[in-house]
Ligand binder design. Structure first.
Ligand code: GLN
Length: 479
C-alpha cells in the first residue's frame, strides 16, 4: 500500500522501525494531494518545500537521539491559519496574495515537532459557510461522492484527510466548521475547549467563538495532533494554562451520556437520527449509562450565534480597507471611493451579508433588541449546559441534520444557517466537541456522531470517541 493510506500512528511506528523514511511519506502524500486536486479541490496552495522540511525534521531527530513527535508527518493547514512564507488567503480575493511574515502558534508547535506543512486547504471565504462553496477558489467536493460538498468551512482539510491528500489537518471551528465537514467526509474532527489552543495567527472571524482544532482519520490520530497544539500561549490572552495531559483508555463503563431532545428536532433526517441513536446504543452496550436531558435554549442558539458571530465579524473585518491589508482597487478618485471599491471588489457575497447583518445588530436602536438579547441567551445556555453536566459526563447529538449537501443546490442563506442547530450550542458555550463517523446512509454518505464535553473536559471527549470507535469495531476507514 502507498504510504498515504496509513494513519499517523502507523506511519510513526513504521518510521521508528526503519520501514519507511520521512522523505518517502512526504513524497507519497504530496503526489496523492496533487493527483486528487482536480477531483476535490482540497487545496489552495501547496508547500513545495515539504521535502526539505522532512529532511530538517530527520536531522533534528538524529541530533537529539530520538524522533520528534510528528517527525515527517504531512499536515494540511486551513488557509485562515497563518504560515510564515506560505500564502494564506482565507479563500478571499481580499487576501489573494497575502504571505504572512510569521507562523500561527499552532503551526509553530507543529513545526517544532517535525510535522511537514504540506499545503493550505480550501474553505469558505473567511470561514463563513457550511459547504466550502463561498470561497474565491471554488467549492470543495466530497471524496466520498463528488456530487456532494465536503461540508464547511474546513472542507478542504476534511477532504484532504479523507482522500489521503494529508495524514492530519488543522481546521477552525466557529460554529461547527470542523465537526460538520468531518461528519460529511467520514473523518474525525475535534473542536477543543475555547482557550485550549492558541488563536494567535488564526485570521479572526468571530473572536469569542473561533477555535483551531484537529482533523484525522481516527480518534488516536486526532489525540496525537491535539496534544501538540494544546499549549498555553502569552500571545493569545484567552489561551488557558490548563494542559490536558492524559492517556486514551477507551473505556465506556459507567460513562454518563446525556441525550438532549432539542438536538434531535424534526429537522434531523431519519437516517441521521437512526445512525446517531444506534451509536448511543452501541456505547450503552459497552457499559455507558444513557439519560434524556434538556437544553431549552439550544432551540434559539442558531439565532444567537448568527447575531453574535456577525457582530464580531463586522468589527474584525473592518481592517480590510485597502490601506494596510489585502486587496486595493485600481481605480478610485478619493479615499472613501478607494475604501468602498476595495471592499466591494475584495469580498464575496456571503462575507458582505455577514458584515451588513453584524453592523445592523450593533447599531444604535437595535443593539438592545438583537445583540444584547443574543448575549443573554448565550449566558442562559451556558447555565443549562452546567446543569446537564451536573449529572452527565458527556452529551451525544447529531452533527449535521442531513447526510449530504448537494453541490450547486440553491438553498437560501436562512436554510443554510438553520442547519447549524446541532453544532452552535457547544460553540456558544466554549465546550469541547468531536465528530466521529457512525455509519452511512442508503446512498453511502457518511454520518457523524457528536460528543460534547464539559469546559476543559477535552480528555473525556477524546476518550469517549476512542471508546466508541473500539466498540464500533472498525477503528478507521483507510483513504
Ligand atoms: N456555518 C457556520 C457559519 O457559517 C459556522 C462557520 C464556522 O464554524 N467557521 O458561520
Amino acid at each position: 500500500m502507498k504510504l498515504y493510506g496509513y494513519s499517523a500512528y502507523e506511519l510513526l511506528d513504521m518510521l521508528s522501525s526503519g520501514k519507511c523514511s520521512s522523505a518517502e511519506i512526504v513524497r507519497d502524500v504530496m503526489e496523492r494531494a496533487k493527483e486528487t486536486q482536480p477531483l476535490y479541490n482540497s487545496y489552495i496552495t501547496f508547500n513545495d518545500e515539504g521535502a526539505d522540511d522532512a529532511a530538517k525534521a530527520d536531522a533534528v531527530s538524529e541530533k537529539r537521539g530520538s524522533k520528534l513527535r510528528l517527525c515527517g508527518i504531512p499536515v494540511a493547514v486551513k488557509d485562515n491559519i497563518s504560515t510564515k512564507g506560505i500564502r494564506t488567503t482565507c479563500a478571499s480575493r481580499m487576501l489573494e496574495s497575502y504571505v504572512p511574515p510569521y507562523d500561527a502558534t499552532a503551526v509553530a508547535n507543529l513545526r517544532a515537532e517535525g510535522a511537514v506543512i504540506i499545503g493550505k486547504t480550501n474553505m469558505d471565504e473567511f470561514a463563513m459557510g457550511s459547504a466550502s462553496d463561498t470561497g474565491y477558489f471554488g467549492a470543495v467536493r466530497n471524496p466520498v461522492n463528488t456530487a456532494y460538498s465536503a461540508g464547511g468551512s474546513s472542507g478542504g482539510s476534511a477532504a484532504a484527510v479523507a482522500s489521503g491528500a494529508a495524514v492530519l489537518a488543522l481546521g477552525s471551528d466557529t460554529g461547527g466548521s470542523i465537526r460538520q465537514p468531518a461528519a460529511l467526509c467520514g473523518v474525525v474532527g475535534f473542536c477543543p475547549s475555547y482557550g485550549a489552543v492558541s488563536r494567535y495567527g488564526l485570521i479572526a472571524f468571530a473572536s469569542s467563538l473561533d477555535r483551531i482544532g484537529s482533523i484525522g482519520r481516527n480518534a488516536r490520530d486526532v489525540y496525537l495532533l491535539h496534544n501538540i497544539i494544546n499549549v498555553a500561549d502569552v500571545k493569545d490572552v484567552t489561551s488557558s494554562y490548563k494542559k490536558i495531559s492524559f492517556n486514551l483508555k477507551g473505556s465506556l463503563r459507567g460513562l454518563k451520556i446525556g441525550v438532549p431532545g432539542e438536538l434531535f428536532s424534526p429537522q434531523i433526517s431519519d437516517d441521521v437520527r437512526a445512525a446517531v441513536e444506534a451509536a448511543v446504543m452501541t456505547m450503552e452496550s459497552r457499559g455507558a449509562v444513557v439519560k434524556y436531558v434538556s437544553l431549552p435554549s439550544a432551540e434559539d442558539a442558531v439565532k444567537a450565534y448568527y447575531i453574535i458571530s456577525s457582530a464580531e465579524a463586522s468589527s474584525n473585518l473592518a481592517r480590510y480597507d485597502g490601506v494596510r491589508f489585502g486587496y486595493r482597487t485600481d481605480n478610485y478618485s478619493d479615499l472613501s471611493e478607494m475604501y468602498r471599491k476595495s471592499r466591494t471588489e475584495g469580498f464575496g457575497d456571503e462575507v458582505k451579508r455577514r458584515i451588513m447583518l453584524g453592523t445592523f445588530v450593533l447599531s444604535e436602536g437595535f443593539c438592545d433588541s438583537y445583540y444584547k438579547r443574543a448575549a443573554a441567551l448565550r449566558t442562559k445556555l451556558c447555565r443549562e449546559f452546567d446543569e446537564v453536566f451536573g449529572s452527565c459526563d458527556i452529551i451525544a447529538a447529531p452533527v449535521y441534520p442531513k447526510a449530504g449537501i448537494s453541490l450547486g443546490g440553491s438553498i437560501s442563506p436562512v436554510e443554510c444557517y438553520s442547519a447549524d442547530i446541532c453544532t452552535v450550542p457547544a460553540s456558544l458555550a466554549g465546550l469541547p466537541a468531536i465528530s466521529v463517523p457512525c455509519g452511512r446512509n442508503a446512498d453511502g454518505l457518511p454520518i457523524g456522531l457528536q460528543l460534547i464535553g464539559k469546559r476543559f473536559g477535552d480528555a473525556e471527549v477524546l476518550d469517549a470517541a476512542y471508546g466508541y470507535e473500539l466498540a464500533r469495531g472498525d477503528v478507521y476507514d483507510r483513504a
